[in-house]
Design a protein. Structure first.
Length: 142
């Protein structure tokens, strides 16, 4: 199985910035030895859709930090499946990613527009800050 882990790191909060250093360090090497390709997904959805089409993963794990008012910790969720056909809704879904908003929700919404064939393959691992041990949290989903 080809697995791809894309992390979304932004300057929005300190825990999010740490993702870049975590996934570009020794953890990247350990994951890749296990067959998980690690890429920086801190880009717009159009660019990440190109990465998905190039790498052709069977499973996509998106990693990010999101303050939603929950208890601190790690949460795993999958985007709702189903194609969006309404032109207005498609443009609204793409808006955040096209204006440079870097977060997991914006990336997933943009992928609904630019790579809808991958939505059913996505699993999101999200941290409600402060974040703990990412490596342990990932072990549970890998």
């Amino acid at each position: 199985m080809r697995r791809l882990l894309g992390y979304v790191s932004s300057t929005k909060c300190e825990d999010s910035i740490k993702l870049h250093f975590l996934f570009e360090g020794p953890l990247k090497d350990r994951l890749e030895k296990r067959g998980v390709k690690v890429v920086d997904a801190s880009v717009d959805a159009m660019a990440f859709a190109d990465v998905l089409r190039e790498k052709k993963p069977d499973e996509v794990i998106l990693v990010g930090v999101k303050k939603r008012g929950r208890e601190p910790g790690f949460y795993v969720w999958r985007p709702e499946e189903g194609p969006e056909r309404d032109i207005y809704n498609l443009s609204k879904l793409a808006q955040a990613t096209l204006t440079g908003w870097l977060e997991v929700d914006a990336l997933v919404d943009g992928l609904r527009v630019f790579a809808p064939e991958y939505i059913k393959k996505i699993k999101v691992v999200e941290c409600e800050p402060p974040c703990g041990d990412w490596e342990k949290a990932l072990e549970e989903v890998l």
